[in-house]
Design a protein around this ligand. Structure first.
Ligand SMILES: NC(=O)c1ccc[n+]([C@@H]2O[C@H](COP(=O)([O-])OP(=O)(O)OC[C@H]3O[C@@H](n4cnc5c(N)ncnc54)[C@H](OP(=O)(O)O)[C@@H]3O)[C@@H](O)[C@H]2O)c1
Length: 274
């Protein structure tokens, strides 16, 4: 995927953070951009910013309220979008959130909500749009995380969902390839977004220790890496050198990654015990 001019792009979670940065960059490249999220005012402000990035007068922009975790609503909202805006050439499932905490502190309701937003959300949009997209091909990106290939302390519900996104995308990739649809998974590291600020409010100290000294990426850097990865048709798009290194280490030496994380966690817990 290299030419976005005149292409129709749908982004769930396109009103904030990584989704918004990506939507703005694709608008600059001439795409018709549709964004979906739950908060009306945030959507309105975002669509103004996105349309201001447009590069030609013929570009169209669209937004609608959508909670990706509600299957029936996804069908209704996307049916309306397809009628009014067209079938997407590109679908980017960016809607998501994390609420890190100790496993013992995570109520069932939070687990249920996390899985429904972060995993079912991607399933729901794909279930509606793949049958339409396969008639002419396209591109789907599901947003996972580093927590989608490493189970990280404090993210038991979120890691479960984001590992699920990876497995779902891998299976979907091979099924829709013959229909001309490419599937990628974006696995961002810590990125400075409103969602990340929210995440930090509940993050256990052990989780902060595991994150260590790895810096924060900017949403624009993640968006740039995503667009570059889509240009190459990469399945796993992992922004940032340190995250790529972590991915390779986890595949080749999982015991070493566990050992390093366990030692970081134990240092924090010893300090807490004093
Ligand atoms: N920032 C990071 O460090 C980081 C790292 C790895 C992966 N990620 C992943 O990257 C994606 C974007 O995260 P971000 O940091 O950019 O977060 P963000 O700034 O909080 O943006 C999240 C977007 O998703 C929307 N959203 C959340 N729940 C939704 C729902 N149920 N239905 C529809 N839209 C929903 C939000 O709008 P509304 O709240 O108005 O619905 C917003 O537009 C997420 O999938 C996240 O898990 C982020």
């Amino acid at each position: 995927m290299k030419d976005y001019n005149n292409k129709i792009v749908y982004l769930t979670g396109g009103s904030s953070g990584i989704g918004l940065a990506t939507a703005k960059m694709l608008a600059q490249k001439g795409a018709h951009v549709a964004i979906f999220a739950r908060r009306q005012q945030v959507l309105e402000e975002a669509i103004k910013e996105i349309s201001a990035c447009g590069s030609n007068a013929d570009q169209k922009f669209y937004y609608d309220l959508l909670d990706v975790s509600i299957h029936e609503d996804v069908d209704k909202v996307l049916q309306k979008a397809v009628s009014e805006f067209g079938i997407p050439d590109v679908l980017i499932n960016c809607a998501g959130r994390a609420k890190p905490d100790y496993f013992a502190e995570i109520p069932y309701m939070q687990f249920d909500e996390t899985i429904k937003i972060d995993l079912y959300g991607a399933w729901n949009t794909c279930a509606f749009l793949v049958p339409l997209m396969k008639k002419r091909g396209g591109y789907i990106v599901n947003v996972s995380s580093i927590c989608g290939f490493i189970g990280v302390f404090g993210y038991s519900d979120y890691s479960a969902a984001k590992f699920g996104v990876l497995g779902f995308s891998e299976a979907l990739r091979s099924e829709v390839k013959p229909q001309g649809i490419t599937v990628s998974v974006l696995c961002p590291p810590d990125t400075d977004t409103p969602g990340f600020v929210e995440e930090n409010k509940t993050k256990p100290p052990e989780t902060k220790a595991v994150e260590g000294t790895a810096g924060l990426m900017k949403p624009e850097e993640v968006a740039r890496a995503l667009i570059k990865g889509m240009g190459k048709g990469e399945f796993m798009i992992i922004p940032g050198g340190e995250s790529k290194f972590t991915y390779v280490m986890k595949r080749l030496f999982p015991w070493l990654v566990d050992m390093v994380m366990d030692s970081q966690i134990s240092t924090v817990q010893k300090k807490k015990a004093k």
